[in-house]
Design a protein around this ligand. Structure first.
Ligand code: UTP
Length: 296
């Protein structure tokens, strides 16, 4: 596929309060699922779609992200001397792409974080990837969204149906399904009550945006929670231009939330060649002791 989208923006300047105290001095995006930090899963997802320029929006206590994607001379020499070629290759591969880092002076919201990317993105369409939404590497969410962008050359949002009791945590859309799983969006509401929501279809952490979003973001006043909300800017944009959505039916883990993070850890561990057998046996024996405690 010829990609019209060459840059990906990774907002990573949030405070990560749901993971305190772990996130007091270290970035939430560096929390590992088995042996890889959340942000690496996100970067690899973009890599698989042939995106090679990465813009990280960082803030206070986020320097570990820069180190993670940089060359690590001493570590590389050490791995080389021990003949650990596969790990050396993996460590080096990460540093090969172009990374730009922009500090968001204060966590004024996702919309503000994206606006900070403007000097690097300039006049190009770009992907936005929220690393706390982990998409199963077997699923092709971003790739499908890029196909839709190639066809319509307009904003494309990732969508997912969510249970009623989770509606209040998301931006929720109203729209018409114009083709299987492709929606033309007519409205969106940030974190509504389930009773006031226009549907059960939520916006999840993948976006293909066009550079005209920046003017809308610059004019967006602080909304819910005093933050500059991307949803508010998208809502203003969709009055002028079509906005599409792709309804994702694969597997997503909300790793920004403790329970979602634990689910991702268990499922990824059950697929990890190094630990899967041992871990499955451990889970089965833990489960059987939970069951027998329940019976007594
Ligand atoms: P979240 O809503 O998950 O906020 O942000 P958070 O601060 O990371 O975590 P909690 O809710 O306090 O636990 C969604 C994404 O937007 C980024 C975050 O880093 C995350 O990737 N973000 C949010 C920013 O980059 N800047 C902001 O001002 C807010």
């Amino acid at each position: 596929m010829i990609n019209k989208v060459k840059k990906a923006v990774f907002p990573a300047a949030g405070l990560g309060t749901r993971f305190l105290p772990a996130t007091k001095a270290s970035p939430k995006e560096m929390l590992p699922i088995v042996d890889k930090p959340l942000i690496q899963y996100a970067v690899e997802e973009a890599e698989r779609c042939n995106i090679k320029e990465f813009v990280m929006i960082t803030g206070k206590s986020k320097r570990a992200i820069e180190d993670h994607f940089d060359y690590a001379w001493e570590l590389e020499e050490n791995l080389k001397s021990k003949g650990k070629e596969a790990m050396l290759e993996e460590i080096r591969r990460l540093a090969q792409h172009q990374f730009a880092y922009i500090r968001q002076g204060a966590p004024l919201g996702l919309g503000h974080a994206i606006l900070c990317a403007r000097p690097f993105v300039k006049e190009e369409p770009f992907a936005v990837i929220l690393s706390d939404d982990i998409i199963d590497p077997e699923d092709k969410l971003l790739e499908e969204m890029l196909h839709i962008y190639n066809k319509y050359e307009a904003t494309v949002l990732a969508l997912e149906r969510v249970p009623k009791d989770e509606i209040h945590r998301y931006g929720i859309i109203a729209g018409t399904e114009i083709k299987k799983n492709i929606f033309e969006i007519s409205d969106m509401v940030e974190k509504p009550k389930a009773s006031a929501a226009p549907s059960d279809i939520a916006i999840i952490g993948r976006y293909i945006l066009t550079p005209d979003i920046f003017d809308f973001l610059a004019k967006t006043p602080p909304g819910k929670g005093g933050e500059i909300q991307l949803t508010d800017a998208l809502k203003a944009l969709l009055k002028k231009k079509p906005v599409y959505g792709y309804l994702f039916e694969g597997k997503r883990y909300d790793a920004g939330d403790k329970f979602g993070y634990l689910k991702a850890t268990v499922e990824f561990a059950l697929r990890n060649n190094e630990v899967k057998d041992q871990f499955r046996d451990y889970l089965l024996s833990t489960l059987s002791s939970i069951m027998s405690n329940k019976e007594h």
